[in-house]
Write a protein that binds this ligand. Sequence first.
Ligand code: SF4
Length: 368
Amino acid sequence: MPTIDTLLQQTSWTRDEICALLSVRDPAGIETIRAAADAMRQRECGDEVFFRGLVEFSNVCSCDCHYCGIRAGNPSVERYTLSADESVQAALWCADKGYGSVVLQSGERRDAAFVELVTEVVSRIKAGSVSAELPHGLGITLCVGEQPRETYARWRQAGAHRYLLRIETSSPRLFATLHPAHQTLANRQQCLRTLQEVGFQVGTGVMIGFPGQTVADLADDVLFFRDMDVDMIGMGPFIVHPQTPLAVHTATLAAQQQEIYQQALLMIAVVRLVLRDVNIAATTALQAMKPTGREEGLTYGANVIMPQLTPTRVRTHYQLYTGKPCMDESAEQCAACLAGRIRSVGRTIGYQRWGDAPHAQSRAPAPH
Ligand code: SF4
């Protein structure tokens, strides 16, 4: 296998070469990869970090993913759904503060009332956020799971233009260990294709470090992202939730925490190198593992952060994993804190713009 320096001079990589990059463990080698990814991020996406204000508008979910704290089978969760007014208000606060985009996230439901609620909220946010600075209103990303084509088309028509649907792993074998039998990787992949067909900019992502996953599996994930031609990536280290079937692995995972965190950072760097001009989020899960995790994510190639806008009265009820940070801060405090974190790594905030990935801008007209 070539040296790291030789690999980093290439512009494309085989599966084995991606495995080699993801397997680096010595600090000097990791730093070399990090610096190359950071330079790629600077060249392809610039120095700005874009905010996506996050509104977790409902923790009601009909699915039972084995790793998720708010899965349907967890009776300890206090369920909530924000009213349309509350969701719209949270999103419009974000427009007021100059964030260009909002993310509406919830558990997965396909009933008519849910589809209607999302449609109404998207339409009202669009109508209410048009300004001189944002002539097409806020950019709206949806993260509400697997849905039929007509639902995706309806939400696109209502004005959402990005959709995040994580696959969690590109391995059918591992996917089956993380989900009940009726949830399939094939269907999730089909949903990603449908989202692209109806005109969404599409994001996906995986968990890093869950039981049974190997570096080769992660290399396959990187190739999957590339081959799916996605625009956005959201990945984080796996953090076990005590009220899930995967909690049986808590002790083993605790012993591997530092390794999983470093692997997650390296994965961000390698995805940046291979996919070049996509948006990559520095996720909250990084900060749950290490207080400076999101800043570190930015220095490994990420360029997006999602400040919390979910009202504090319900925020603690939306915990996919344990130890999620920023549970008590107001949206105002969260914005100020993140601005400081971004400045601390020498970056600036991209206000009053959607901040679409250059990858998407070169392909599709977004406004609706
Ligand atoms: S990961 Fe998403 S779809 Fe799966 S149980 Fe949790 S909220 Fe529901």
